[in-house]
Design a protein around this ligand. Structure first.
Ligand code: FEO
Length: 400
């Protein structure tokens, strides 16, 4: 049965939720699921904006048929060619063979890569930056947003109703639980952490490109943002845009300490816990700790974008960094984190090599400063190391 949500008199959400998916992009746990958003505009011409993942196809086609209510589909606007949004292009084209695909040249190339369709140029309206398309009452304008999150990405701006169809930008992990508007849910309490985890892990590497999009968006009046995942924004847009400003400029949200450790028998954890307690005694609030062997790195990457200071503590393993810490550090490096103050602790019973190897990776992060003296634990924490940890805590506090 159809399940659609009215956004405006002539605009409908026709997407679907997936709460059974274990790993988004086969990498990221999504314990509260994910939504694949697609929108249908009923103007003099009918306009479908993006499709959905193949897992959502049954619901999607029920929805589109219900909203079209016998009308033909005139345009399919493709903002993003990643298969969580484009999977149903071929089926749509076969079902509505008279429609025109509205996309850019890079998208057209990707359509030919992903699908085996016999299309000619007559099936396309190829757009360039700033081009417009009149659909009757509405005029759609196309704004390119390369690398937010793929090179072909564009966003579509409805100049009539001042709605930005923002592709992956302003999305979030988490299924849509009945409501469609972000202001109808406790977004800060329930979704902001997942919006951050979504942004940092999916788009975090491309901060400068997100900045370019934000600068373009600042030049237009936006009353509503319709992303491809998560809730639609119609109030307090500035609040979410401000988060994007911080995330895309690698600016910490809070002045506090994130501690990520890996520990085989508990001694490295013990050092991390002692440091955390010392920081608390020095007045540091809202310290956060993770065992990087237990928590998926996407959560730690997300908090690494939130916190101003990070401590990495790891045991030496196979003459290098313990595998889950090494994975985390490479993940943080791959996501281009910058502007952080970082301290390190390592442990090694006979040949501690982990600390130097960790610092070698951390040193590659731009505008990042190593704080305090590296602390090396030999097997377990002794009194002299408590003193060294205390000095490290003071150095971290002094740098805040
Ligand atoms: Fe939600 Fe980059 O796709």
């Amino acid at each position: 049965m159809y399940n659609v949500k009215k956004i405006k008199e002539d605009l409908f959400w026709i997407g679907a939720n997936d709460r059974r998916i274990a790993l988004f992009e086969s990498v990221y746990p999504v314990p509260t699921g994910v939504s694949y958003n697609s929108y249908l505009l009923l103007d003099e011409k009918t306009v479908l904006l993006d499709t959905v993942d193949k897992s959502a196809s049954h619901q999607f086609f029920e929805n589109i048929e219900h909203v079209l209510n016998g009308r033909k589909l005139d345009y399919l606007v493709i903002n993003h060619m990643e298969p969580d949004h484009c999977a149903e292009i071929q089926t749509i084209v076969e079902k509505y063979p008279e429609l025109k695909i509205v996309c850019n040249a890079k998208t057209q190339t990707m359509i030919n890569q992903f699908f085996d369709m016999k299309l000619s140029d007559a099936n396309y309206i190829l757009v360039k930056e700033g081009d417009t398309l009149s659909t009757g009452k509405h005029i759609l304008s196309f704004v390119f947003a390369p690398m937010v999150h793929w090179p072909e990405v564009m966003v579509t701006y409805d100049t009539t109703d001042k709605i930005l169809f923002s592709a992956d930008a302003f999305g979030a992990f988490g299924a849509i639980d009945g409501n469609i508007f972000a202001d109808d849910v406790d977004f800060d309490g329930r979704y902001m952490d997942e919006a951050r985890r979504y942004y940092t892990n999916i788009v975090g590497k491309y901060g400068p490109q997100v900045q370019m999009l934000l600068k373009k968006a600042a030049g237009i009046e936006i009353e509503m943002i319709c992303p491809l995942h998560g809730y639609v924004w119609r109030k307090d847009l500035g609040k979410f845009i401000d988060k994007y400003q911080k995330w895309s400029t690698y600016t910490p949200e809070i002045n506090s300490v994130l501690i990520a450790y890996t520990s085989v028998y508990g001694d490295t954890q013990n050092a991390a816990e002692i440091l955390a307690g010392q920081l608390a005694e020095l007045g540091v609030k809202d310290i956060k700790m993770y065992d990087a062997s237990v928590t998926h790195p996407s959560y730690i990457v997300s908090d690494a974008f939130k916190y101003s200071h990070i401590v990495f503590a790891s045991t030496t393993y196979n003459n290098g960094i313990f595998v889950n810490m090494e994975n985390l550090l490479h993940d943080i490096l791959a996501h281009n984190l910058q502007n952080r103050k970082i301290a390190t602790i390592d442990n090694g019973s006979w040949a501690p090599t982990c600390g130097k190897a960790m610092i070698d990776i951390i040193s590659q992060l731009k505008n990042t400063e190593i704080v305090g003296q590296h602390v090396n634990i030999k097997s377990s924490v002794k009194t002299d190391k408590v003193a060294e940890l205390s000095e490290l805590a003071k150095a971290i506090k002094a740098s805040m």
